[in-house]
Write a protein that binds this ligand. Sequence first.
Ligand code: ZN
Length: 322
Amino acid sequence: MAYYVGVDLGATNVRAVLADSSAEILGSARGSTPRGPTGIAVTEAVLTHIREACADAGVDPRSAVACGIGSIGPLDLAAGAVENPANLPDRIDRIPLTGPISKLLATDNVYLHNDTNAGVIGERFHSERNPDDMVYVTISSGVGAGVCVDGNVIAGWDGNAGEVGHMTLDPHGFMTCGCGHEGHWEAYCSGNNIPKYAERLHDEDPIETALSFEDPDFSAVDIFEHAGEDAFADHVIEQVGHWNAMGIANIVHAYAPLVVSVGGAVALNNPERILDPIRNRLDEMVMSNIPELRLTDLGDDVVVKGAVASALTAGTGDRSRL
Ligand SMILES: [Zn+2]
């Protein structure tokens, strides 16, 4: 029996699973991502969770034939490592991954991807049509995409393709992005930035609203909870829909996908309020073929299932390789 390992390395949690050749998960382990002292502690946590997932399934790690990893970035693909991750403390400079995992599993078949690329690999593998052209977009604490064109998952030389959240959508730069630049998609539409955007919109046009910007716990959740009963909350959601539609229209024009699959906490928790405004606008924004726009079926498991799919298909998500 051949076994496959999948790893989801996030800024908050690490997950590892062991699967069989039909991608069925036989064992799993999860825990918090260490905050230091150095990146090696994160490497060790990944190795520990792989060992635990294997133990959970009663399988020797050396019986695994391949491993896929979906990780926070930025990546250094040549080194098989994460380099100065943006969402972990500064003392975590470098997280070696492919080398140590390869040693633990006694296989050279270790595939490292950023998390959205693992997402598109999982979406492709698990979708009915196994399309050669599709995009996975995550709308979560950030915005990003994994892109598959003509059957190739686009990584870029360093593994960091698909940072679409940092595309400039607003030439007036009404909002400043966490990366320091103005007018980026993510500055308007990520879970972290929707409340800041709402507050700025309200500063410009202080109409009456039940939303309380002074509340230290004010978050995107409050805005979506007031939808349908608060005109200002509806206005914010419409504006977020406008920027999301523009971002996705840019992706459609660049890559001509058949399917755009959307995931990430903001979309998963508010599927209609995120997807409907995009659907309503794509017709007028896109001059080429309009792709199918859908919510991911894989939910929170999209990255770890994508990592398993990568291990099974040599980093491609192409089921015909099975
Ligand atoms: Zn940015």
